[in-house]
Write a protein that binds this ligand. Structure first.
Ligand code: DLZ
Length: 172
């Protein structure tokens, strides 16, 4: 279920902590991406938490917060140690960003795609935390559904984004 040339990654994420950040536009596609991401995380053995943001434009600021790059420590990136009463902030080993942007009739598409891409790369490079890029940038909904990991989809970009982020965290 991957695009041409994609590597077959089997990753052992045991001991790792991953934060998944998911936009909310295009519900059906997002549901597929999230399920693919969760499936891959379960298979890897990594612990994870999830945060929702409105649109893909908001993905970079959320990634920056959970990665500890800006603002106060994010409650999302807090985990309770076994036996502890309070959750403590924990720097994630990897972040996975999920979103769907579909081309409309205005240049808005280009601005949202560009902001999401450059913002997420910036967070990743500046923090050294791998950010899996699970943002679909499609001409229409059919293209997005075909990549959403749903029954009948040819590709599963949520799963791929998790595998890439966890594999990179392990490699580093
Ligand atoms: C405004 C907008 C539009 C038109 N399309 C999408 C989209 O296809 N996918 C997506 O994730 N978000 C979209 N948004 C919302 C923007 O990402 C952002 O949430 C708003 O501009 C508010 O900052």
């Amino acid at each position: 279920m991957s695009g041409a040339g994609a590597p077959a990654l089997t990753v052992d994420g045991r001991g790792l902590y991953v934060v998944v950040i998911a936009a909310s536009w295009h519900t059906q596609v997002m549901d597929g991406l999230l399920e693919g991401a969760r499936r891959a995380l379960r298979e890897s053995g990594a612990a994870w938490s999830e945060v929702r943001v409105p649109g893909s434009f908001e993905l970079p600021v959320a990634a920056a917060r959970v990665a500890g790059l800006s603002g106060a420590a994010s409650a999302v990136a807090s985990v309770a140690a076994p036996g502890a009463d309070d959750a403590v902030p924990r720097r994630p080993d990897a972040v996975v960003a999920l979103g769907v942007v579909i081309r409309g009739g205005t240049p808005h598409f280009d601005y949202v795609c560009s902001a999401a891409t450059t913002g997420l790369v910036d967070v990743s490079v500046r923090t050294g935390i791998p950010v899996g890029f699970g943002v679909l940038t499609c001409d229409d909904e059919a293209q997005a559904l075909d990549r959403a990991g749903l029954p009948g989809s040819r590709e599963d970009k949520g799963q791929e984004a998790v595998q890439a982020a966890v594999a990179t965290a392990v490699a580093l």
